[in-house]
Design a protein around this ligand. Structure first.
Ligand SMILES: *Cc1c(COP(=O)(O)O)cnc(C)c1O
Length: 377
């Protein structure tokens, strides 16, 4: 990263002037905190004793048998609150505390990040408000209840498609109204600098642990890509190693595979547009992948050839979801099932050593799966 906040041609800060002060403050303070011993130790302890790290690296005999190579699962599904999102939520909530902010705000689509943010806020004793599209609130009522139980206030967003894209806009608007008191806790490696860098750093614990746990060097890393945080967390510590990396997007929300370069939510990256040049509404069975853009570091990995990006259909993810439950006794998040599906359908050599990030557990998805099966899938 030569120019500050850029990954090749991507990233940057495309924000209103009113936010530049807050972003500069955050960048300065975060760069200081990440070197501070007390901060690092507090976060490490929380990750270990509270969130359940290190998560196991599990050798899956069944997937290995199916693929004819060695396949490991990085078990982020075993984290507290059920997904990798807690790694970032705890890290940023500690930053908010150190900055002396009075309130944390967060956006959420399906509610997974909202739950992680509300959890971290409850633990650290900070007020929390979550912006959520009213359509998502209807679809994800269980997570709405969880956030409310955790003491968060939910702010329904009615504009546009009333989903994640609008929730982010509303959160940014709220934040720019009072950046002195409010900390904006973003849920993925998207948005203006320093967010993509900070979220990537907090999620890099995933890849760092894999490096320690796996005695040999893997030949392939595979992870699903929504905003891109679990995948960049797995990939980044291996950036300089001679191994292949594959990010798997949902076919109906494949910004890297099908998108164009543009600016959304404060950063230049790959974005899905419709024929009129409007940001397209996406579709995926996996709520965490249902986003029209992607983190700028992935745009850089794509154009530089460091990683490759592929897509999986709803039906392929559902098939992998069923297979995992029947053969491994693990209910994977539908998001993670996209990565597993791609691995199962790819051709492998006997010596290949593949690590898949199992980003979360799938109990949250049972209502969706039930409904899809009712529709004949
Ligand atoms: C949110 C979420 C994702 C997608 O987000 P990334 O930032 O791309 O990691 C993937 N899996 C699970 C379980 C999630 O909750």
């Amino acid at each position: 990263m030569k120019k500050r906040g850029y990954y090749g041609a991507f990233g940057g800060r495309y924000v209103p002037e009113t936010l530049m002060g807050a972003l500069n403050e955050l960048t300065r303070e975060y760069n200081r905190l990440k070197r501070e011993r007390e901060f690092k130790e507090r976060l490490k302890k929380l990750l270990e004793d509270y969130a359940g790290r290190p998560t196991p690296l599990y050798f899956s005999e069944k997937i290995s048998g199916l693929c004819g190579c060695s396949v490991y699962l990085k078990r982020e599904d075993l984290c507290h609150t059920g997904a990798h999102k807690i790694n970032n939520a705890l890290g940023q909530a500690l930053v908010a505390l150190k900055l002396g902010k009075k309130e944390i705000i967060a956006e959420t689509g399906a509610g997974q990040h909202g739950v992680a943010a509300a959890t971290a806020a409850a633990l650290l004793g900070i007020d929390c408000r979550v912006f959520m599209g009213s359509k998502d609130m209807e679809r994800q009522s269980e997570n709405v209840s969880r956030m409310e139980l955790l003491g968060a206030r939910i702010h329904p967003v009615e504009e546009g498609s009333a989903t994640l894209k609008e929730a982010v806009n509303a959160a940014v608007r709220c934040w720019s109204g009072n950046p002195e008191d409010i900390y904006y806790l973003l849920g993925s490696c998207v948005g203006p600098h320093p967010y993509p860098m900070m979220v990537r750093d907090f999620q890099s614990v995933i890849g760092k642990e894999v490096k320690m746990q796996l005695k040999k060097t893997p030949t392939h890393l595979v992870a699903c890509v929504g905003g891109g945080s679990n995948s960049i967390g797995l990939f980044y510590p291996f950036f300089k190693d001679k191994i292949k990396m594959t990010g798997v997007e949902a076919a109906g929300a494949a910004s890297l595979v099908n998108g164009n370069v543009g600016v959304l939510h404060g950063a230049k990256s790959y974005i899905l547009y419709d024929r009129d040049g409007q940001v397209r509404n996406t579709h995926s069975i996996a709520p965490g992948l249902d986003y029209s853009a992607v983190g700028p570091e992935h745009a850089f990995y794509k154009t530089s050839g460091r990683a490759e990006y592929r897509k999986a259909e709803d039906s392929q993810a559902l098939k992998a979801f069923d297979w995992m439950i029947r053969n491994e006794g693990i209910i994977p998040a539908l998001e993670s099932a996209h990565a597993i599906a791609w691995v199962m359908e790819n051709k492998w050599k006997r010596d290949d050593v593949v690590v898949i990030c199992l980003s979360g557990r799938g109990e949250k998805d049972l209502p969706i799966v039930r409904k899809m099966k009712g529709c004949g899938l």
